[in-house]
Design a protein around this ligand. Structure first.
Ligand code: ZN
Length: 271
């Protein structure tokens, strides 16, 4: 049977149609407890760190960054948590470049992600961050849905963790067929659980959403890399030939089959 181009749909890795990611800012020492919860339920998170506050009282130390976040992603949150709309261009460069350099030194890995301190950004800041190697930047604007970002430099999360309800989780887990891919992106700060005495809230979310066959548990940068690879896939006009020019294995649903497309491979769907 001839495949119609509209019958070809991307899937997440391993052929899954849902993805969950968390994003926690500021590197307060309560991150230690939060990491232990994420690791218990084997979910993945990104931690956005201010390199300038590491080692201060109540914050994670530079020496522990590599080991503490080993199962997760370390990303930028600027050196000193400034209001970006109040900075000169040179200060913007210094806040991002120095944060990236210091965090890469701490964890021995590439650091390419960021979240906006106070959620504040402008076009100059986006250009500066891009020029310094930042590929995505998270805002604090909730979408309350499970869509993929149109622009990774203005990546709106699904919601803050206090906006996560049983109804929202049910909606994610029982996605209507038309939705195709669903991304649940939850953000917050670990100290909020301590301040509100509600650590059980995050444990409950992880228990409900963790350990599921149909959900891909990924850091922010893993989602970015996969979605960018999807968007880079080359397709013939009739959809018969697919070419994957990236270093990422792509998964697609073609009718009722799951097709994998290896890095560098060009393949016909009618083979
Ligand atoms: Zn912050």
């Amino acid at each position: 049977m001839k495949i119609r181009i509209g019958d070809i749909r991307f899937l997440f890795p391993e052929g899954k149609d849902k993805a969950l990611t968390f994003s926690y800012d500021d590197a307060r020492d309560y991150d230690r407890r939060l990491v232990s919860i994420f690791d218990k339920y084997q979910v993945k998170a990104t931690f956005h760190l201010n390199s300038g506050t590491l080692n201060m009282d109540g914050y994670v130390t530079a020496a522990e960054v590599k080991e503490l976040y080993v199962n997760h992603e370390v990303a930028c949150h600027a050196v000193s948590h400034p209001f970006f709309n109040q900075l000169s261009k040179t200060q913007m460069v210094a806040e991002i470049y120095e944060d990236r350099r210091a965090l890469e030194q701490c964890c021995g890995k590439l650091v390419r992600g960021m979240s906006y301190p106070f959620g504040e950004y402008n076009e100059q800041m986006i250009r500066t961050a891009s020029d310094l190697g930042i590929v995505y930047n998270r805002t604090v604007g909730s979408t309350m849905d499970f869509s993929l970002p149109a622009d990774f430099m203005k990546w709106n999360p699904t919601c803050h963790h206090m906006q996560v309800t049983d109804a929202l989780m049910e909606n994610f887990l029982n996605a209507p067929a038309y939705r195709n891919l669903s991304l649940f992106y939850i953000w917050g700060h670990s100290y909020e659980f301590e301040d509100a005495h509600n650590w059980e809230h995050i444990s409950g979310i992880c228990e409900k959403l963790g350990g599921r066959e149909d959900v891909w548990y990924a850091t922010n940068i893993e989602i970015y890399e996969y979605v960018e690879a999807m968007r880079a896939m080359v397709m013939s006009a009739d959809g018969d030939l697919l070419y994957n020019p990236t270093a990422v294995t792509l998964y697609l649903r073609v009718g009722d089959r799951v097709v994998t497309l290896s890095p560098g491979r060009c393949q016909s769907l009618n083979e």
